[in-house]
Design a protein around this ligand. Sequence first.
Ligand SMILES: NC(=O)c1ccc[n+]([C@@H]2O[C@H](COP(=O)([O-])OP(=O)(O)OC[C@H]3O[C@@H](n4cnc5c(N)ncnc54)[C@H](OP(=O)(O)O)[C@@H]3O)[C@@H](O)[C@H]2O)c1
Length: 202
Amino acid sequence: MTPKKVLIAGATGLVGHACMKHFASHSDCEVIALSRRRPDETFRARWLPLDLTDAAACARLAPEFAGVSHLVYAALYERPGLVAGWQDEEQIRTMLVDALSGAGHKVESATDGLTGLARFQGGRFDVVLTDLSLPECSGLDVARSVKRMHPETPVVLITGWGHLLNPERLRESGIDLMLVKPFRLERLLSVLGDALRLRPSA
Ligand SMILES: NC(=O)c1ccc[n+]([C@@H]2O[C@H](COP(=O)([O-])OP(=O)(O)OC[C@H]3O[C@@H](n4cnc5c(N)ncnc54)[C@H](OP(=O)(O)O)[C@@H]3O)[C@@H](O)[C@H]2O)c1
């Protein structure tokens, strides 16, 4: 059997640890494992300390990787503050776009209300989803402007403060439906379906 050279990135992680253990049982495998911290166990693997975000350090270690035939990439880059993920606007926007695109919808996103409104003005949209807290103008301002331009377009407000908002004020602002954070994909798709049914042509 041809000897294999396996590189495992993420030696201290759950997956990396399991892979090091697994490949230790294959006598035809030479195993190299890397991570920033030293793993408690390396089994038969040769551990190399490496920060994958450090380009110079990666270049220095590159000769060690010559002849690698298999790569297990189990290194996980975690953004600082990811724990508060559902509150992070960028995370939410990316997640929404991915989830809705994955469900077959054509989606455009914007980082703030004014950009979103400019995009809305220049295109044709079935539904608007807006967060309540936005830079520049609030989700309620977005809803008002959307309704001024196209009163028939349903607007969904995404907020973590659902129970504190005055329903009368929401209606006056042009909010048709609310999506309360944190929410699951099924809830997102269900609210979107309800919003689509609100269109006059639906
Ligand atoms: N766990 C599961 O059940 C599971 C299931 C399916 C898919 N996955 C996927 O598999 C991947 C790994 O998951 P995991 O659970 O093993 O994650 P984990 O336990 O958090 O391990 C992450 C690994 O990445 C390493 N790492 C992070 N930043 C690094 C850097 N800059 N340079 C070098 N190494 C770095 C960490 O090592 P140091 O911090 O020591 O550097 C650690 O060894 C993820 O993409 C995950 O989504 C996991």
